[in-house]
Structures are given as structure tokens and as C-alpha cells.
Design a protein around this ligand. Structure first.
Ligand code: AGP
Length: 615
């Protein structure tokens, strides 16, 4: 999720841009830059750097140019490693325009080929530079708006742009589709940003653009137009009453809650980027890797914490799609366990940060033994992403809360696509076209179903008020939702500091049942589509017989479970393979609400780091 800032007015533009970018740093980024039109020469100057804003400010120290119009950017890499060349802003080859971008242009490869045939050259690996050159190819003096309109009509994907043109220094043009853009209304000056904190030091009067709208900002006014109709859109400014810190969290009290509510869009982005016209697409899959995938005889998931739980879900998904043995091991056990892997083994490292020490070491151990390594990573250009034989990015955007939520759902959605993809290419695939078609159809419904499931927040709040003082919690699940039980327990323990234990429900009689009494809350994940549903129902009855406090995650309309539970959190009916995606929502919200009621530091829980880069 990149950060965009734009300014046109009476102040020196660069300090305004830098201050705006500083208020967007919380989003995480790997490079930054600014572009501005100098009053004296009318040229566009672009200053950009890999790394943090401090490096960019270092470069700007020797720049003594005056400008009152410019754009700035903090980049969270999606296409192309973090580097100075890939940093924004990008210019077209002729140097007529400069552009910053937030989002993903899905058809950039084809457009790049077309522009190269026209003789365009490129300085970066980014999809953004393709957009800059496409706009440049349409640009005629005085027609920046028309050039932008023509270009966006040819782009597919999610994007927000801010563009300046050296021949038109009195305007800043922006466009929004899916990724947010907010315009700040000043006096004799106007602003644009991906997020309100960047403009709040100057104004709290804002206008939010809607999808497929563009706007022309001058020093005197802001005009908004619809791309579809070309007509002017009248929209009254609203006034933000948040503090800048609150605005960074989108008005949510914590980043964790904001990220829980970002999950529909994260899963939607993954499906739209990787599932096109029924075809599953992974970038950078070369023929050598594809060949080795087809000859894989064993698959091993290796990761830590929440990512380990995602690997467990992935092992059930692959088990449903392939007749190939799959194991799941925590990285610290794998790396020291002298694993029996070789050239016909696929080792899949799942990691949000891409820097977890045990997972990095496990990957190197697997590579040393000749295994094919695939990293499923959120942070582009991270160490594990760079060293693995192949990488699939999860595109969850920066995850600020230490407790992983949206990255987990992004991992599950990616693993579902990967499992179906393997069924399609591997000789031991065990699901046919009909099943694949039905799985992909149900997969595409998930974003809306996640949105629906998030409406449980109020009910979960009431339940948490009842139970937040409890000091021990037990989570039980079977099959795909055994990992959900583990994940629920981890979420709860890491942000509430209460004891929480996840267990396969079938193990109840082998120990945990001794815990059950009238003070023991037991969270039971019991979706109707599970092939072990009846078994799970019996477990719930056993808990109830011992007066345990039953909280159930059940399929909407399942009154059998509801009758046995003190609280029932209904999720939409979905394929068994995707039930862990929807079941994750109530367990995330429950952990969050219990932690908040206990006054915990939800985003930065004690003793924890976002990335465990040491053993
Ligand atoms: C999850 O909420 C925790 N923050 C932690 O278990 C985390 O999942 C684990 O450290 C793995 O991190 P990674 O995904 O960055 O490798």
C-alpha cells in the first residue's frame, strides 16, 4: 500500500510534500521520492531514494530550487525490488509528465510491450512507469487531463494516480480507482493524499474521490469529473475531527482492528490479481520451476506462528487437491531436524515479514539439500523473498499490528489458489474441472462473505464483555479448523496475555476434557460443511455436559449448534476448503475485544516484535 501526496499552492512545495510523507510513514515503505516543477525553468525535477525518508531528505539538502507544485510518494513494492530506479515518481520517456501511483496495474506487461514497440524505453521494472509512458504517449501540450483519461481507460487493476506536467505548472491532476485518494481544500492551495494524515497539518476540510473519478487541482479550486460521463461532479467538503494519529488508523482505535476490516479488500485484490477469467496466474513462474512443480513428490510447509497455522490449513487444501504427501513443521524444528528433503521435494516457506530468522535458516537448509523452495511472502524484496527459488507475494499491504490478521487471510487465499493450481498441473491432481470450477466460484464469493462476517463485531463485543476477565480459554476444531483453533488461541494469548490453548477436538478425551468446568470458556469451530461436523457436535455436547461455557463458530442457520452454545457466531456457508478463512474473522475479533477490555496494548503487545529476526 503506497503513500501519495500532492500539493499546489503558495508555499514551497517540497517541505509540504516531505511533511505529508512523514505522516504516511506508519504505512510502511521501502523507498520514497518527490517530483516538482521549478518556477524558474519550468522543468520537472525528480529526487528519489531507496530506504527511509531520512535518505531522501539528505539528497534534498543540496537542492535549492523553488517550486509551488509537486507530488511525493512512499513505495510499498509490488512489482520490482525496492530500489532507487523503481522508486516513484516516474516520468515518461520524453520527460513531459511525472506520476506517482498506489495500486497494481494488472495488464502492465502487455502495455509495456506495446510501448516498447513504439520505441519507448524504460528505466524500471515497475507497472507505474508503464502508466507514465502510456500517459506520455497520449500527452499533447495543454491536454494532461485528456491524456490521463485515455490512459486509464486502457488500464486494468487498482490504481490511484497524481500527475504533473511541465507545460501545465498550474495544475495537478489525480485519478482514483479502488485505491483511496483524499483531496484537502485550502485557501489559495490544495492538497491530495492517499490518506488524511498527510494533509491534516494544513487543512481538515476534505473531499474523498469515488471510483473512476478524476480531479483537477489548481491554486484556486478543485474540479471533480466522472470518467464515465465526463461530467462535473459536485461534492461538498467534509471536515475531519480526528487527530492525525486517529486518522492514521482510519478512525479505528487500533491498527489491528483497521487491518481486520481491511480483509475483504485484501482478499478481493488477491483474487482479482491472480484469478483472471478462470485462470490462476502467478508471476515469475518460469518453465524450470513449473517443470519441477510437476515432478514434486513431497511438499513441506515450514513457518512460524500464525504463518505456521496458515501452512497447516494449506496442508489440508493440498491434501484435498493432490495425491502427494504434505507435512507442516515449525521452522525452528525443521532447521535443526536434519530434514530428509531432496530435489523432488517442494519446501514452502510462509512468512509475512520475509525476515523471520528460523524460517530463513530453514529455507537455506532446504536449498542446501537440493529441495525446490517457494516463499509465500508479504514484504516485497525481503530476504526470504530474494533467496527462495520462487516467490508468491500475498499483497496484503503493510501489516502494522504485531498480531497478524490480514496477512493470515492473504496467506489462506493464496494457498487456496496455489492448491487448485497444483491440481491443474500435477499428474497426481485429484480434482476434476467440475470441482475446480465450483471451488473457484466459491472462492470469488469470499470478499463479500468476509464483509458479511465482520458484522459479528457487535455480538462478539457483548460476548467479550461477559468473558474478558477469564484467565484460560480452550479452542477446539477439526480438519481445516484445527489450525483455526490454534490461530484463535495464539491471537488471544499474544494480545490479552491470558492462557489459551488450541487443540484438535478429537484429542479432547486425551487430556483437555479435564479442563472443562463451569468457568471454562471453550471456543468450538464447527462449520456445517465439515465432513467431521457430527463429531464436532458430539464434542460440544460433551463440553456442555460438563457445564463448560461454549462459544461456537457455526454455519448460519445451524440451530443444533446454537442450542448447545452460550454464544454462537454464524458464518456464511462455504466450501469446507474455505471455512478456515471465514472462521478466522470471529476468532480475530474475539481476541481483539477481550484484549481491549483488558486495556492491553493491542498493536504492540508486551515482549513481542512484528518480525522475529533473531532465534
Ligand atoms: C502472529 O500474530 C505473530 N505476530 C507471530 O506468531 C508471527 O506470525 C510469526 O512471528 C511469523 O512471522 P512471519 O510471518 O513474519 O514469518
Amino acid at each position: 500500500m503506497c503513500g501519495i501526496v500532492g500539493y499546489i499552492g503558495y508555499r514551497e512545495a517540497v517541505p509540504v510534500l516531505i511533511k505529508g510523507l512523514e505522516h504516511l510513514e506508519y504505512r510502511g515503505y521501502d523507498s520514497a521520492g518527490v517530483a516538482f516543477i521549478t518556477q524558474k525553468t519550468g522543468h520537472i525535477h525528480v529526487i528519489k531514494q531507496k530506504g527511509k525518508l531520512a535518505r531522501l531528505k539528505e539528497d534534498l539538502r543540496d537542492v535549492h530550487l523553488t517550486s509551488s507544485v509537486g507530488i511525493g510518494h512512499t513505495r510499498w513494492a509490488t512489482h520490482g525490488q525496492p530500489s532507487r530506479a523503481n522508486a516513484h515518481p516516474h516520468m515518461d520517456m520524453a520527460g513531459q509528465i511525472a506520476l506517482v501511483h498506489n495500486g497494481i496495474i494488472e495488464n502492465y506487461a502487455a502495455l509495456k510491450k506495446e510501448l516498447q514497440h513504439q520505441g519507448m524505453t524504460f528505466q524500471s521494472e515497475t507497472d507505474t512507469e508503464v502508466a507514465a509512458n502510456l500517459i506520455g504517449s497520449y500527452y499533447r501540450k495543454g491536454c494532461l487531463v485528456e491524456a490521463l483519461q485515455k490512459a486509464v481507460k486502457r488500464l486494468e487493476g487498482f490504481f490511484a494516480f497524481a500527475v504533473i506536467a511541465k507545460e501545465e505548472p498550474d495544475k495537478l491532476v489525480v485519478f482514483k480507482r479502488s485505491n483511496p485518494l483524499v483531496i484537502g481544500i485550502g485557501r489559495g492551495e490544495n492538497f491530495v493524499a492517499s490518506d488524511a494524515p498527510a494533509i491534516m497539518p494544513y487543512t481538515n476540510r476534505v473531499v474523498y474521490l469515488e471510483d473512476d473519478e478524476f480531479a483537477i487541482l489548481t491554486r484556486q479550486n478543485v474540479q471533480i469529473f466522472s470518467l464515465k460521463t465526463g461530467k462535473r461532479v459536485k461534492r461538498k467538503p467534509t471536515t475531519i475531527h480526528w487527530s492525525i494519529a486517529q486518522a492514521a488508523k482510519g478512525g479505528y482505535p487500533h491498527f489491528m482492528l483497521k487491518e481486520i476490516f481491511e480483509q475483504p479488500r485484501v482478499v478481493e485484490m488477491i483474487l482479482k490479481t491472480r484469478l483472471r477469467k478462470g485462470k490462476i496466474i502467478f508471476e515469475k513462474l518460469d518453465s524450470k520451476i513449473a517443470e519441477r512443480l510437476k515432478h514434486t513428490q513431497r511438499i513441506h510447509f515450514v513457518s512460524c506462528g500464525t504463518a505456521y497455522h496458515a501452512g497447516l490449513v494449506g496442508s489440508y487444501m493440498l491434501g484435498e487437491c493432490l495425491r502427494v504427501p504434505v507435512t507442516t513443521t515449525v521452522s525452528s524444528e525443521f532447521r535443526y531436524g536434519d530434514p530428509t528433503v531432496g530435489k523432488h521435494d517442494l519446501v514452502i516457506l510462509i512468512t509475512q515479514s520475509g525476515e523471520t530468522a528460523d524460517t530463513l535458516a530453514a529455507m537455506r537448509e532446504a536449498k542446501n539439500k537440493g529441495a525446490l523452495t517457494l516463499a509465500i511472502v508479504n514484504v516485497v524484496g525481503s530476504t526470504i523473498a530474494r533467496e527462495a527459488d520462487w516467490v508468491i507475494y500475498t499483497y496484503a499491504g503493510p501489516e502494522i499490528g504485531v498480531a497478524s490478521t490480514k496477512a493470515y487471510l492473504a496467506q489462506l487465499a493464496t494457498l487456496a489458489l496455489f492448491s487448485i493450481f497444483m491440481a491443474q498441473i500435477h499428474p497426481k491432481g485429484k480434482i476434476g474441472h467440475t470441482k475446480i470450477h465450483s471451488l473457484l466460484r466459491d472462492l470469488s464469493k469470499l470478499p463479500l462473505q468476509i464483509t458479511e462476517t465482520l458484522k459479528l463485531e457487535t455480538k462478539i463485543n457483548a460476548c467479550a464483555k461477559d468473558l474478558y476477565s477469564k484467565r484460560t480459554f480452550l479452542y477446539l476444531g477439526r480438519g481445516y479448523n484445527y489450525p483455526t483453533a490454534l490461530e484463535g488461541a495464539l491471537k488471544l494469548k499474544e494480545i490479552t496475555y491470558a492462557h489459551a490453548h488450541g487443540y484438535p477436538a478429537g484429542e479432547m478425551k486425551h487430556g483437555p476434557i479435564a479442563l472443562i468446568d463451569k468457568n471454562q470458556p471453550v471456543i468450538c469451530i464447527c462449520p456445517r460443511t465439515s465432513h467431521t461436523y457430527e463429531k464436532m457436535l458430539s464434542n460440544i455436547e460433551e463440553i456442555r455436559a460438563r457445564k463448560g461455557i461454549v462459544l461456537s463458530v457455526a454455519t448460519r442457520g445451524d440451530h443444533a449448534v446454537q442450542k448447545l452454545s452460550r454464544y454462537t457466531f454464524f458464518i456464511t456457508k462455504t466450501e469446507e476448503m474455505f471455512s478456515a478463512v471465514l472462521a478466522a474473522i470471529p476468532i480475530q475479533l474475539f481476541a481483539y475485544k477481550v484484549a481491549s477490555l483488558n486495556g492491553r496494548d493491542v498493536d504492540q503487545p508486551r515482549n513481542l516484535a512484528k518480525s522475529v529476526t533473531v532465534e
